[in-house]
Design a binder for this molecule. Structure first.
Ligand SMILES: *[C@@H]1O[C@H](CO)[C@@H](O)[C@H](O)[C@H]1NC(C)=O
Ligand SMILES: *[C@@H]1O[C@H](CO)[C@@H](O)[C@H](O)[C@H]1NC(C)=O
Length: 436
């Protein structure tokens, strides 16, 4: 069987975006009518009823950085980062899966259909052995009719097995299938689970800077462009940026730091290099790097966690009118980390400062305070207002809160299609959504 060119584009599309490219950050304006707001002021009385779904997630959580492998098991990232620590496969099926996927990636870039068939056979063998990530990949092959005759029922079955085995891509695929068929009760559960993992992977003080997932369209040129962009240090744009940074351009230093820190643009994640570039940038007074250092010290990602240092950097950033840094400072005051002592009044002042300066995160954090009654009297309606403000500025965590309100009927009228759509927007920003 020969793969048509079309299928190759399709497949590379699949590889780089792992589906559901509705994931692209399109502007989203939430329009709610009076009907959506519940009248039965769901004050403290609703506490218990909703607690199962609204209080098990700590909005001001400690956000320990989880490894990618935990968030997105079976991820293809190790294949694109050949020298990353690809742990020795635990089972033969796992070895077979990674071998199959590696061959598939090679087959796509070299256009070799025989290798593609070989890859698919290995993936199928691993799937037959019950390895969920292989079942997931096989599901996608059946979905798209690549190397296998297109078969929606088989695709669904493999995704179903894979999702039960913990594969996130397949959960996304199933949720999408359910929502397309208006089976919102099923879709909402899967999307809620995915969204929760995604939201926990976001940064504390600001929206995740994980920008511009690699997109591959149907046109050959765009494919080339996307592939080129995934070439990491080999990429010309990156080299220009690096040259500018070496010449002392602070913004370029910041950008390179971000690329290394998050492993964007095909670069291998490298916290040491990131930290070194951020440190150079802050020497030049670059405020966003100060904020990032605050974030890094608060998370203890790549450095020893030190809340005192985190607070110092955030404060320096805030003094340079980087208002998002106030969110991080407020967070530390809510937790009582790196500051004299916990002070919710002060936290609120910082969140207000951020909100007044058009920082959606400030609105979001105020919403959480009112939702939970932290330092203020609990007021779900007011919380909802703040979340809507933040959501309309594109804050994904606010989508998450509103989705939960629609899902549980607390603060907003129960609305599963709406909950599904909002969770979906958040889930699509999870680490499984792009390899960029
Ligand atoms: C944390 O940072 C502060 C300020 O830089 C420093 O005084 C303190 O010793 C650090 N704490 C630890 C545990 O390293
Ligand atoms: C908390 O912060 C507020 C506002 O900055 C301040 O007036 C108050 O004294 C602080 N409370 C404590 C216990 O430190």
């Amino acid at each position: 069987m020969r793969l048509s060119t079309d299928k190759f584009f399709f497949l590379s599309f699949f590889i780089f975006s792992l589906l559901f490219l509705s994931a692209t950050a399109r502007p989203f304006v939430l329009v709610l009518s009076q009907d959506d707001l519940t009248d039965a002021a769901p004050s403290a009385a609703d506490d218990d009823g909703a607690s199962s779904s609204t209080s098990d997630w700590d909005e001001f959580g400690d956000s320990d950085t989880k490894r990618e492998e935990e968030l997105d098991p079976g991820s293809w990232r190790p294949i694109f980062e050949p020298d990353s620590e690809l742990a020795d496969p635990a089972t033969d099926d796992e070895a077979m899966y990674y071998s199959g996927v590696t061959k598939m990636v090679t087959a796509v870039s070299s256009g070799d259909p025989r290798l593609m068939e070989e890859a698919a056979a290995e993936i199928e063998a691993a799937a037959a052995g019950g390895y969920p990530h292989a079942q997931s990949a096989l599901g996608f092959l059946y979905n798209m009719g690549v190397t296998r005759e297109r078969n929606g029922a088989k695709a669904f079955m493999y995704h179903h097995f894979a999702a039960n085995g913990g594969n996130m891509q397949s959960k996304m695929a199933l949720a999408y299938t359910y929502s397309r068929q208006d089976m919102y009760d099923k879709a909402v559960k899967l999307y809620a689970e995915l969204a929760e993992v995604a939201v926990n992977s976001f940064l504390i003080s600001k929206d995740s800077p994980v920008i511009e997932p690699i997109r591959i369209h149907n046109g050959a040129e765009e494919n080339k462009e996307a592939l080129r962009k995934s070439r990491g240090e080999e990429d010309e744009d990156f080299q220009i940026l690096e040259y500018q940074a070496q010449k002392g351009n602070a913004l370029a230093m910041y950008k390179i730091g971000i690329f290394y820190y998050f492993g964007l643009r095909g670069l291998r994640r490298d916290h040491v290099k990131a930290l070194s570039w951020f440190s150079k940038a802050v020497d030049k007074g670059e405020p966003r790097s100060m904020e990032l250092l605050g974030e890094i010290y608060a998370r203890g990602a790549g450095v020893e966690r030190n809340y005192t240092k985190a607070f110092e950097w955030l404060k320096l950033a805030s003094r340079q009118q980087l208002y998002s840094a106030y969110n991080g400072m407020g967070y530390l005051y809510v937790k009582g980390y790196g500051v004299d002592k916990k002070n919710n009044t002060k936290a609120k002042e910082y969140f207000e400062k951020a909100a007044e300066n058009e920082e959606a995160g400030g609105n979001y954090n105020l919403g959480v305070m009112y939702l939970k009654g932290i330092g203020v009297k609990r007021d779900v309606k007011l919380a909802c207002k703040f979340f809507i403000l933040a959501a309309n500025k594109g804050q994904p965590k606010a989508f998450y809160q509103l989705a939960k309100m629609f899902h549980t009927g607390v603060g907003l009228k129960l609305n599963l299609p709406m909950a599904t759509g909002l969770y979906k927007l958040v889930a699509e920003r999870g680490p499984w959504s792009s390899l960029s």
